[in-house]
Design a protein around this ligand. Sequence first.
Ligand code: NDP
Ligand code: 8X3
Length: 250
Amino acid sequence: MTKTILITGATSGFGAAAVKRFAGAGWRVIATGRRAGRLQVLVNQFGDDRVHAAIFDIRDADAMHAALDALPPQFRDIDLLVNNAGLAQGTLPAQRASLDDWRTMIDTNVTALVTLTHKLLPTLIARQGAIINISSTAATYPYTGGNAYGGSKAFVSQFSLGLRADLHGTGVRVTALEPGMAETEFTLVRTHGDQAASDALYKGAKPMTAEDIAETIWWIANLPPHLNINRLELMPTSQSFAGFQIARDA
Ligand code: NDP
Ligand code: 8X3
């Protein structure tokens, strides 16, 4: 039977790669994001019976509900929700960070994610489906300038584990996927459009690719139903951990 996946943040990076992975393998895909033109390219590539574009700002709960309530009948039985839309904004330490940036991250990475999850839980329970939440290594490992972004991703990971507990016995699987550095538009967005800063970060680093993450999502989604990956952290080989910092005579 054909399965249906809803992927948020499908216009770029992990989300766009996941649309291609799942639609290419025959799943029905609901692809969401604000940039309609990019979603239309995916619809054109796979056909509107395979990919449905749902265009809305994920922070706008009314628009989200309207888009989901207007799904064509063949896209309504959602088996897998991939909560991927998200962003970091800013790299400044808390005392110099923008409160607007913090609120944008929390509205997108936290509030929108729980709103969509809450809306789809009845369907996912009825389908014995699955949820894959895209968290980050920033959920676990703090770094200067990570402040609200790391906090938002810690929420995503802990919320995922809480969902696991609440959904006990329903057959619904829940995973927090926690990637480290991957080259997408993430750093361009984080730096408010500084392409040189983005290029400098990834240069020579052999970061993970969007396709690496899409393949991992595919693997998790296609495990036998009796297996649940609770949380999965992955990094490029070139990335690891740094030590604690010490302020002397502070
Ligand atoms: P990209 O910037 O390439 O993609 C982000 C996606 O999120 C876009 O499709 C964008 O769509 C969507 N999005 C952002 N804000 C909104 C909004 N308000 N409404 C609707 N959609 C929105 O980044 P990545 O692919 O790298 O990021 C995907 C997820 O992975 C994020 O949650 C990120 O935090 C996480 N992550 C990324 C890592 C990395 O190193 N790249 C590592 C660990 C986690 P549009 O702008 O068209 O609306
Ligand atoms: C993105 C990874 O290290 O930039 O979630 O926070 S990092």
